[in-house]
Write a protein of this length. Structure first.
Lengths: 517, 446
């Protein structure tokens, strides 16, 4: 068919195949150069007036050399970064089942609130009288975190989860030192299934790590802890719910063992999102736990930060909380910034912590209320179990087909003899339009696949995800290796050579050198 | 609840598919007495409008920098950020993505990190930079640890011009790890003898320029002495804009350069989130903390980027890792790199000149004020004044008149006899009217 101008209006011949393009672009998948290849050092996208002549006060320290920084006009910059953004997967565009990472919906109200000039445009060293609202916000968020955990105090300044671990373990070290046991209590117990940050944190604070084996059911058992406990043990670092997606049933007894032996209980709160409003960590005997505001309370992950990791503390540790902190004095809120004359463990960062994240987290918490937070935890657990129930006949569950918390852990036993690895399976998910699950973590399970759908997914979204995984699983079991071993085929890039990147690292752009004659 | 998609019927259906009657059966691993039977006594859910109202009320009790004559710095700086920056930072694909563990679908993040690393290396005059740290202060503490690993020594020497909060962070960390720290006395006029503090046990010397009092410091001699004794020079800056006008730390011989990147692309945010810049020499790259992005190619031979050298990191090395750091400050690094791309070399240099010119103008105006003495021989956009009264009280009095005058040195260094010192910053956002208002108010209270 032709319309009156002679323009064809039919769909065309689907049997024709495409060829490599001149640009390297593939329709809306656009290749993009580096700014160092397109920008020019005499171009700027910011209009500024040259200052009137003046006598500099730089002494002999004026920068004479060229820096080499390219500039882009505003339209060039806009296009560059928009095109880059289009090469990223994101929660806003699809289900993001990264276990242990909690990729839930990031409400835009929170972004708007964090950008109110009264929060975004205030300086950490303004007179406290001019930031009473900011201190009130910190106080209110602290109140929620203490109520939800039933803990005595909260240190707000840690910049991320790992920084929170550092804070909590530092408080434990300070408490031990205050009892005169710093020299003897050298060991920290860390389960094999723990996040890598746990042993790294313990080591950074000068502790030595003793590994606690997990039981056959994926949990830590009191006997294993008892066997390692002694007067040389400072603490245990336990994640609950743990990284296998299971609640540590014996946690209260484990806490007792530590306490009776004079040690402390650090809980990695990365998975607190499973139990908000259902269980209070303070009721379990925990002495310190960090809360990832970017997981449980939805502050955006931002492609790898910024995070925020406030640490709730028991009465045994609260005197050691770092400066700065907010203290109420009648109607006025004060900032305690000097550790001198207190038992505070010191200072962990220049200022008061991730205020921008505090605003977002409080906005999320107020939106949910106590009832909504509990519902969110229940839905997160419901969704993970729904995924488990719908895949258990095909994929293998290392600890049996039993209820999990907010994430479900599969291993690669079911892929045995297919020649397809967990990595291949994950990469094939990319072609189907999904971000892969967390893979090869926790380390206690072979070929781990850890799926955390979060409460943000609708049933329809989960059903399509499940059907997709079932289709992939059948395909794998049928031995259709090609679908997996070369995947992804359809992403902005095929598999990238990580070995080459590590062997001869290219960590920055350098101008092409002229070829010698 | 507007963020939760399920209806009650869907929940019931899903529970049936799982094979349980009630959601609490999924919490069966939780010992019964610990599972909360009654809802916690907490406020109920709120509509978007009501949350916005509650938070706006809190925000209204603060005095935003942009609403008053504003001269507060000492580690965080108010600058104009182009609207394009925040628009782009809020792109869903940047804002709501995770750490780029799956490089095939994270090239956007990795590509800008590679550009960011290059910009930071150029700006600091170093070979390589990482994908950012939490902020300048934690970056400084990590730099000290890195120096200890490289030199196999455990003593850091901190200049008296280093931001006192940065020094506190280093001391806290060192105390926990049983490392030695020598902190020199507050050095208001950049007269300390750093060279005398360096000996054969010294792992590193940490010097800030412009320092916390605003003085510029020539690091060349310190670098030479450090290197002669097998120690490293760690150069710190808190005002990244200064690098557009001032000699780079790399050119003065620094081995590690750490800085706060907030002042480019990022808001004041009451102290965070910020972005730590971290750069070093090529030979030390495998001792660096934090994430690194590297160039490679994909199966079709096309250029692409990945996170690399992860064998330094906690998820592989666990208790042997170079650091426990798991994230960088991705989105703040994005804001930095976008703003820097918009500025370019020409824009950055001009912005730096405007900052310096404004500060010079203010310094000259202050000469006419009785009871004010400028202590700096050199400065960029910040300097320290000796006042004829208590700086803390004067700042409070000016705040009552809606002028935010600066940071009393005693707030950063309590009990050190610095009560009459005021640290004053002046950037491109300050107008002639702001400066006139400041001078007039100061004359009144002194």
């Amino acid at each position: 068919m032709l319309n009156r101008q002679g323009r064809p209006t039919e769909a065309g011949d689907a049997s024709l195949s495409w060829h490599d393009t001149f640009t390297g672009n593939r329709g809306l998948q656009l290749e993009e150069a580096l700014i160092f290849e397109t920008g020019r050092i005499d171009v700027t996208g910011v209009d500024l007036d040259e200052p009137e002549a003046f006598a500099p006060r730089l002494g002999a320290l004026m920068r004479e050399e060229e820096i080499g920084l390219p500039g882009l006009s505003e339209p060039e910059a806009m296009r560059h970064y928009v095109r880059l953004s289009q090469k990223n997967y994101a929660i806003d565009s699809g289900l993001y089942p990264l276990g242990s990472c909690t990729m839930k919906h990031n409400p835009r109200l929170n972004e708007a609130m964090a950008r109110l000039p009264g929060f975004a445009d205030i300086h950490p060293l303004q007179p406290p009288s001019t930031v009473q609202g900011a201190l009130a916000l910190i106080e209110e968020l602290s109140g929620w975190l203490m109520a939800l955990t039933n803990m005595d105090a909260v240190a707000m300044s840690p910049k991320a989860g790992a920084h929170g671990e550092y804070c909590g373990m530092a408080a434990i070290k300070a408490a031990i030192a205050a009892k005169g046991e710093a020299a003897t209590r050298r060991f920290v117990l860390v389960p094999e299934s723990a996040h890598g940050t746990n042993p790294a944190t313990a080591a950074a604070i000068g502790f030595e790590v003793k590994s606690v084996p997990a039981g056959a059911d994926g949990k830590v058992h009191p006997d294993a802890v008892r066997a390692l406990m002694g007067p040389d043990v400072a603490a245990i670092m336990l994640t609950n719910p743990n990284t296998c997606g299971l609640f540590e049933t014996e946690i209260v007894e484990i806490a007792q063992i530590l306490h009776e032996g004079g040690g402390y209980f650090y809980c990695d709160g990365a998975n607190f999102n499973a139990i908000v409003g259902k269980v209070r960590p303070g009721d379990l005997g925990i002495d310190a736990m960090h809360i990832n505001l970017h997981k449980t309370f939805s502050t955006p992950h931002g492609g790898g930060g910024p995070g925020s990791g406030p640490v709730v503390l028991s009465s045994r540790l609260s005197p050691f909380a770092p400066v700065p902190f907010v203290r109420r004095n009648g109607e006025t809120l004060q900032m305690v910034e000097d550790a001198a004359g207190t038992q505070a463990l010191g200072r962990l960062t220049a200022f008061h912590g991730q205020m921008g994240m505090f605003v977002r987290a409080l906005s999320y918490i107020l939106s949910h209320g106590g009832d909504g937070l509990k519902q969110a935890s229940e839905d997160a657990v419901l969704n993970a179990n729904y995924v488990r129930a719908c895949l258990a006949d095909l994929m293998s569950l290392p600890f049996g087909n039993r209820p999990c918390m907010h994430e479900v852990l599969f291993d690669d036993t079911w892929l045995k003899d297919t020649g397809i690895t967990t990595l291949d399976f994950a990469k094939a998910m990319i072609d189907e339009g999904y971000h892969p699950m967390t893979m090869y973590f926790p380390l206690v399970v072979h070929g781990a696949m850890l799926i955390e759908p979060t409460e943000s997914e609708s049933r329809a979204s989960l059903d399509l995800f499940i059907m997709t995984l079932r289709d992939l699983a059948f395909s794998a079991l049928r031995g259709e290796k090609e679908r997996f071993s070369g995947a992804p085929y359809l992403a902005p890039r095929r598999r990238l050579d990580e070995t080459k990147a590590a062997r001869s690292p290219v960590l920055r752009w350098t101008p092409l050198q002229p070829v010698a004659e | 609840m507007r963020y939760l998609p399920h209806t009650e019927i869907e929940r019931a259906d899903m529970l049936a598919r799982i094979g349980v009657d009630h959601v609490d059966e999924l919490f069966a691993d939780v010992p019964g007495h610990l599972l909360l039977k009654e809802p916690l006594d907490l406020p109920r859910r709120k509509s978007e409008q009501n949350v916005a109202r509650a938070l706006a009320k809190m925000a209204a009790r603060n005095v935003p920098a942009g609403s008053v004559p504003f001269f507060v710095g000492a580690g965080a700086y108010k600058h104009h950020v182009p609207a394009t920056v925040d628009h782009l930072v809020q792109r869903s694909e940047f804002l709501t993505s995770y750490t780029p563990y799956q490089p095939e679908i994270s090239q956007g993040t990795l590509h800008y990190l590679f550009e960011f690393q290059t910009q930071v290396a150029l700006l600091t005059g170093m070979d390589v930079a990482n994908a950012s740290m939490y902020d300048g202060s934690t970056g400084t503490a990590e730099a000290v640890l890195m120096a200890h690993r490289i030199t196999k020594r455990r003593k850091a020497v901190l200049s008296g011009g280093l931001h006192p909060h940065y020094a506190s962070v280093v001391r806290t960390q060192s105390e926990l790890a049983s490392d030695d720290v020598v902190t020199l006395s507050p050095d208001v006029e950049a007269r300390e003898d750093l060279l005398a503090a360096i000996d054969g046990d010294t792992s590193c010397v940490v010097v800030q320029t412009p320092d916390v009092f605003g003085n510029l410091r020539d690091l060349t001699a310190v670098a030479e002495k450090c290197h002669a004794h097998g120690a490293l020079l760690i150069a710190v800056f808190t005002e990244a804009v200064s690098l557009g006008l001032v000699k780079s730390p790399g050119a003065m011989g620094a081995d590690i350069v750490v800085g706060e990147g907030q002042s480019i692309g990022n808001a004041l945010n009451f102290g965070g989130p910020y972005v730590g810049l971290f750069a070093t020499r090529q030979k030390y790259v495998r001792q660096m903390p934090g994430r690194l992005c590297g160039q490679t190619s994909d199966a079709e031979g096309r250029r692409g980027f990945v996170l690399t050298l992860s064998t330094r990191e906690q998820h592989i090395r666990r208790d042997k890792a170079t650091s426990n750091i798991c994230t960088n400050s991705g989105l703040c690094a994005l804001a930095f790199t976008i703003h820097m791309s918009l500025l370019g070399e020409a824009g950055l240099k001009r912005l730096a000149r405007i900052n310096h010119a404004n500060a010079v103008k203010l310094a000259d105006m202050l000469k006419s004020v009785k009871g004010v003495e400028l202590l700096n021989g050199t400065f960029f956009n910040e300097f320290t004044l000796r006042l004829s009264g208590n700086a803390h009280e004067i700042v409070e009095k000016l705040a009552a008149q809606n002028i935010l005058a600066g940071v009393p040195a005693s707030r950063l260094l309590p009990g050190k006899g610095l009560d009459d010192l005021l640290i004053v910053a002046n950037s491109e956002v300050n107008s002639d009217e702001d400066r006139a208002a400041f001078i007039a108010a100061l004359k009144e209270v002194l």
